[in-house]
Design a protein around this ligand. Structure first.
Ligand code: GTP
Ligand code: MG
Length: 430
């Protein structure tokens, strides 16, 4: 019996073996399958499908920015930092532009040889091969493969200049946009594209003058996400970057954690309520479109009102003078915010004061002054609420995730809610 007549089940068994090797951390097998996936080899893609149940563990990080911003240097430094923490990493270096034919990729390969002896860092460079559309897909597949192989972090480096890079970056759960001093007005130009997918800004080469200017520019544009200063060549700011990566809600691949000022947004969604208000008629069940999911049986209630304040003690004193009492105090390190909760009837007032100038609340105060920061609605079924919002085209800022208190929550962009940031909360009933 020749090879050609091997029964199908034998092939199936071989493929399963490859999948198992990859799950066991065999980097040679991983490398082989990665090549197959890149080449769109049908058997390799079948193995990838087989590995699908093993995905969902990795944090997929996109690092993008203009040519020469120091992305590769930053990725290297970040990889070393994460290795120090005992994490395993896959680096996917993508060059969609092939602006230096093979040169940059080759340079990356040589540079990355410092990691060569460490099996905890798996590196794959990808060139364009003239298939721009397919590159994003191949990147997504490779990221999934690295995830299935048990890598804790998958870091995708790409040059941020156009739509293809935005597509690639949107494969990531957390996207870091690397900028450099001296960009000045360029920030404005870049904003239209790549900045909309940013979850974290890094001002690299902060050893050069003008880093603060870039940060100021970002503030002026109303971006409301972490802005870190790094000197990648010296490892400065890298532990902070590693920490920031973990502080960003995952799940929202493609959705930015930044909140550009609502008044600059062009998103306008007509809600059912506003139709009701405009026509003067409350909309009964027959007013719902056939495909709209049914409204909740138990309507939401206000869980809390979040108020941004400069001086927490003074604000607490004010509400205490009204008879409210603080039942909970907390400093949320990742958000750099001091929180005080004061129950008021079935609802609560949540006072938020920044603990650092780069806290989101500090930026809110700077831009809008003290005042209402968000409204939190308690909903009986968060997933159902999210489905309804998605069906109506509302702009969600993250996928539902679980907070420290065990509750699940999601944020809705002010552009969809009438100008106020909206948090939806479902208490964990278990
Ligand atoms: N002064 C200074 N130089 C840096 C810093 N980070 C990177 N560089 C230098 O900037 C140059 C470009 O760095 P790369 O890491 O190759 O930049 P890149 O963004 O990956 O470049 P492309 O992949 O070609 O777009 C190199 O000479 C680095 O040594 C930094 O923080 N400060
Ligand atoms: Mg590079």
């Amino acid at each position: 019996m020749g090879q050609a007549s091997w029964p199908v089940w034998t092939l199936g068994k071989l493929m399963t073996q490859l999948a198992r090797k990859i799950r066991e951390g065999d980097t040679r097998a991983l490398s082989r399958l990665a090549t197959g996936v890149e080449n769109r080899d049908p058997q390799a893609l079948e193995t990838l499908r087989e590995l699908a149940p093993a995905t969902g563990h990795a944090r997929i990080v996109g690092i993008t920015g203009p040519p020469g911003a120091g992305k590769s240097t930053l990725v290297d430094a970040l990889a070393l930092e994460l290795r120090k923490q005992g994490k395993t990493i896959a680096i996917l270096a993508v060059d969609p532009t092939s602006r230096i034919s093979g040169g940059a990729i080759l340079g990356d390969r040589i540079r990355m040889q410092q990691h060569h002896a460490d099996p905890g860092i798996f590196i794959r460079s990808m060139a364009t091969r003239g298939t721009l559309g397919g590159l994003a897909r191949a990147t997504a597949d490779l990221a999934r493969l690295m995830d299935a192989a048990g890598r804790d972090y998958v870091i995708i480096e790409t040059v941020g200049v156009g739509q293809d890079e935005i597509e690639i970056a949107s494969v990531a759960q957390v996207t870091v946009v690397v900028l450099v001093p001296g960009m000045g007005d360029d920030v404005q130009a870049i904003k239209a594209g790549i900045m909309e997918i940013a979850d974290i800004f890094v001002v690299n080469k902060s050893d050069h003058p003008g880093a603060d200017r870039v940060e100021l520019e970002l503030h002026t544009e109303g971006f409301n996400c972490p802005i870190l200063h790094t000197v990648a060549t010296e490892g400065k700011g890298i532990p902070e970057l590693a920490a920031a990566l973990d502080s960003i809600p995952t799940g929202g691949a493609g959705a930015s954690a930044c909140q550009p000022a609502p008044d600059q947004s062009t998103d306008h969604h007509t809600s059912i309520d506003s139709i009701g208000a405009a026509t003067g008629y409350p909309l009964g069940p027959e007013g719902w479109q056939a495909e709209a999911p049914a409204p909740p049986v138990c309507p939401p209630s206000i869980d809390h009102l979040g108020i941004a304040v400069h001086d927490l003690a003074a604000s607490i004193a004010f509400y205490q003078s009204l008879g409210l009492a603080v039942t909970h105090r907390e400093t949320v390190l990742t958000e750099k915010v001091d929180v005080a909760m004061l129950p008021a009837g079935d609802s609560r007032i949540e006072l938020l004061a920044p603990t650092a100038p780069d806290s989101p609340i500090a930026r809110f105060l700077e831009k809008r002054g003290p005042g209402l920061h968000h409204i939190a609605l308690r909903v009986p079924d968060l997933n159902a609420a999210v489905s309804r919002l998605q069906a109506s085209g509302a702009r969600l800022l993250n996928e539902p995730r679980t907070g420290a208190g065990g509750h699940t929550y999601v944020f809705v962009h002010p552009a969809s809610t009438g100008g106020v940031l909206l948090e939806l909360i479902q208490e964990n009933t278990k």
